[in-house]
Write a protein that binds this ligand. Structure first.
Ligand SMILES: [Zn+2]
Length: 174
């Protein structure tokens, strides 16, 4: 990348996802960080330019590192955002664990779209460290940090009309 008159310039093999083609391009980025224009060119370095990846389903705690550390590693491999259900830590430490994940990720460059865990514990056969009921899910969903009701693993509860499960679903505006 080079900088000319407050304009950042990136050049390389531009992967145009919508049109399913790769072409040699120069991308000019203004000082607000927005793409000013994309110009065809003949010669580029042997690099590829493409949109960042969005990991649509990951439980960050499975990585065994904090969200902040996870973000650093994900970014260098091209992932710029995740959709993350913190239900694993919630199964151990409940709401406090969810708050930890969210707070730890503050300041990370990765965009993490947190969900409210719907199934803590995952089943009634577990000896989990916490339980999150429909009222707590509702409170979580009122937070600016939480975007949606996370994966509903208790599909038997959905199909059999379990009242608590359906209360969580209605909280999530499904
Ligand atoms: Zn999952």
């Amino acid at each position: 990348m080079s900088v000319i008159e407050n304009m950042k310039i990136i050049s390389g093999n531009f992967i145009d996802i919508e049109n399913r083609m790769i072409s040699k391009r120069i991308i000019n980025i203004n000082d607000s960080g927005n793409i000013e224009n994309i110009i065809p060119t003949e010669q580029v370095q042997d690099v590829y330019i493409l949109p960042g990846f969005i990991d649509a389903h990951i439980h960050i705690e499975s990585s065994m590192v904090t969200p902040y550390e996870f973000a650093k590693k994900a970014l260098i491999h091209g992932t710029v955002a995740t959709v993350s259900d913190p239900h694993e830590i919630a199964n151990v430490c409940g709401i406090e664990g969810i708050r930890y994940m969210i707070d730890n990720a503050r300041g990370a460059k990765l965009k993490i779209f947190w969900g409210a865990p719907s199934c803590v514990p995952a089943t009634s056969f577990e000896n989990a460290g916490a339980e999150i009921d429909a009222d707590q899910v509702d409170l979580l969903l009122q937070s600016d940090d939480i975007w949606y009701l996370s994966e509903m693993m208790n599909y038997p509860g959905v199909l059999n009309g379990n009242e608590e499960v359906h209360k969580k679903r209605s909280n999530g505006h499904f």
